[in-house]
Design a protein around this ligand. Structure first.
Ligand SMILES: *Cc1c(COP(=O)(O)O)cnc(C)c1O
Ligand code: SF4
Length: 459
């Protein structure tokens, strides 16, 4: 890479272990040494789940993040290994009996397909909505433009991750079903779109995990943004779990090239943010994780942290308080706490909205103001990002106080609105307007927007 700009000395590289993953095949063959103490029955249940929902975990996660003394309750084990509760009991029964009698592959495949169709991979209508169009009106794959200022781009080489999270709603992208994949091969298409949309200030590269890509591919997308056509793109964000799942991405071969790229974008005047996905403070504790964070920060890029609240992983205030505190200590900015959206394994991972709010509130109370920059709990729903601000009693009615943090219409943002209290509700679509109203204030406008979108209105 060129040395025409000033390069600071990065904290020293630290070559690590080889990147190696375990998948369903390893569960089937029994080649994961850490599972040796598990009963046959437990292993069968894990295999049953892993046939339906993708399983992939790398050796760093297995050897350095999971606390095997505390398995199966260990949060990092829950985060990455298939759990029996992830399938409905009847589906789990179907799968275990097929595996128990060594059913033919075709029969297993058919059962898996039937279960998967009942799981809903794109709950917020992501696939059909918000898909921008090219100048000639054809939809552009791999781009999403829902909020005026920010364009999401899903590079096609970034549609996988260093390990898979058990709760992840993007599983449909990982199982190779082309019709469900949101991806693009074309940096040129992205550049063309950004050139034509001068109101866009933020580009957010997401996946999967864009940092599974080699730096030279990443550079094809990002370096051109330093050119005069893209002065309006002030912020480049990269959504990633690699700081947690594979910190050697920042320490190993190709790491210096990556850091130089980040540094070059910063030197070129961009705000560069790694939108780091964290679920638990233990992800921040290993020497490799800490060194990776220090190296990223030395480039001038900012690490902002976000992650969902997940049952069995982080559904308690102590965990969040310690997570935010540790992030602040390491120079990471807490950004969002998400409510887990409606996914295949929702029953197992979901947390009622009222509980999410209590956890958020109790966690916030335990940290100083610097740890309170995470907004939430926030639902990324069809109309926008909706935050549960709390529970109140207004005119004798117990209500949820809600607000948009992001709206399909920017005018909705920061307008408080109210829903009838519901102790069990886990998502916006289960909430009813308070005070006897028959609709939320945004519903008619949203319906009109969705209809225009379906008719192929231009972006
Ligand atoms: C969250 C999100 C963004 C970014 O929103 P910010 O509030 O600016 O972080 C952009 N697009 C989509 C679809 C999102 O869900
Ligand atoms: S890292 Fe992100 S995209 Fe990848 S499996 Fe986890 S939640 Fe899903």
């Amino acid at each position: 890479m060129s040395k025409s700009f000033a390069t600071r000395a990065f904290p020293r590289r630290q070559p690590g272990p080889r990147f190696q993953v375990y998948t369903l095949a390893d569960l089937e063959k029994g080649t994961i040494p850490h599972l040796q103490a598990f009963s046959e029955e437990r292993l069968l249940l894990m295999r049953a789940v892993a046939h339906v929902l993708p399983f992939r975990v790398n050796r760093y996660v297995v050897e350095e993040l999971i606390d095997w003394e505390r398995v199966p309750d260990d949060p990092l084990f829950q985060l990455t290994f298939p759990q029996p509760g992830m399938l409905a009991p009847e589906d789990l029964d179907v799968m275990t009996s097929l595996l128990r009698r060594d059913a033919p592959a075709a029969e297993i495949k058919a059962a898996v397909a039937a279960i998967r169709t009942r799981l809903n991979p794109h709950p917020a209508g992501q696939l059909h909505l918000n898909r921008p169009r090219a100048a000639d009106g054809t939809p552009i794959d791999g781009l999403q433009h829902k909020y005026r200022e920010t364009v999401l781009f899903f590079p096609s080489q970034g549609q996988t991750c260093h390990s898979y999270c058990t709760f992840c709603f993007r599983w449909a992208q990982f199982i190779g079903d082309k019709s469900l994949r949101m991806a693009s091969r074309e940096a040129a298409v992205m550049h063309d779109y950004l050139r034509r949309h001068p109101k866009v200030t933020d580009l957010l590269l997401t996946g999967g995990d864009p940092l599974v890509m080699k730096t030279r591919h990443l550079a094809d997308y990002l370096e051109p943004l330093l050119g005069p056509d893209f002065e309006h793109v002030r912020t480049i964000r990269i959504g990633t779990k690699s700081l947690s799942f594979w910190p050697y991405r920042y320490l190993d071969e190709d790491a210096d090239e990556l850091l130089r790229l980040l540094e070059k974008l910063v030197a070129g005047g961009k705000h560069v943010a790694l939108m780091a996905h964290y679920n638990h403070w233990r992800e921040l504790e290993t020497p490799a994780a800490r060194r990776a964070i220090a190296r990223v920060r030395s480039t001038g890029a900012v690490i902002r942290a976000q992650g969902p609240l997940i049952a069995h992983v982080n559904d308690d205030p102590e965990t969040w308080a310690r997570l935010w505190q540790t992030q602040v200590q390491l120079g990471i900015v807490p950004y969002y706490m998400f409510v887990e959206r409606d996914t295949g394994a929702r029953r197992y991972f979901e947390v009622p909205l009222v509980r999410c709010w209590q956890i958020y509130r109790e966690a916030v109370q335990r940290v100083s103001g610097l740890g309170r920059t995470a907004r939430g709990p926030s639902m990324s729903a069809t109309p926008g990002k909706v935050e549960v601000q709390g529970v109140a009693e207004i005119g004798g009615e117990k209500v949820f106080v809600l607000r948009f943090l992001q709206g399909r219409n920017p005018d909705w943002v920061q307008r408080p609105f109210f829903a009838r209290f519901d102790a069990e509700a886990t998502w916006l679509d289960q909430l009813k307007p308070a005070f006897g109203d028959d609709k939320f204030f945004f519903e008619d406008e949203l319906a009109a927007m969705l209809q225009a979108d379906r008719r192929g209105g231009s972006s």
